[in-house]
Design a protein. Sequence first.
Length: 191
Amino acid sequence: MNLFIIRHGQTTWNKENLFLGQSNIPLNSTGISQAESLATSLKDKKIDMIYSSPLDRAVQTANILNQYHNAPHIIDTLITERYLGELEGKYAFDYDLPTIWKHILNLDAKSDSIYGIETLELLLKRGKEFLNKIILQYGTTTNNIYIVAHGSMNLALLLLLGQIDTSKPLQEVRIENCYCYTVKNPSIEYS
């Protein structure tokens, strides 16, 4: 099995540096173009199944990616973006970002929360439940499964799959809009 882990295309809130967690914001024109460009580059890679978060920006991206394939599309709440509490919709630059990112992306303090943000511990728990379900269902088959989610959730998935160097601070990892990570023969390596 191959997993293609993809972040949704750009939204207006991404462009304006607003905190975007579970607010349901659609793609902007740049995000649509990003998704179309990625769809074109992946059109020769067979999609057996596509999973997406229920948020519009992920569903839109998944639908654009699926235009060449017509694969089954399953919406899964487990891969919804991280809840950002009081920060939702606020300008990121109005806050001490290094302190926030260091706090909410600290693997040693998973159960601590600020601003009502979903803890890293809970985010990883959702990601692990999702990956266990996918790996159990599809096992070692040669399926290509596309997962369209969000920056924080994709970071959690990649971390669980051993694709993130944990010797560096997680806040240095950037998951760009419409970037596709490929993980062959996935197994959960981080718990």
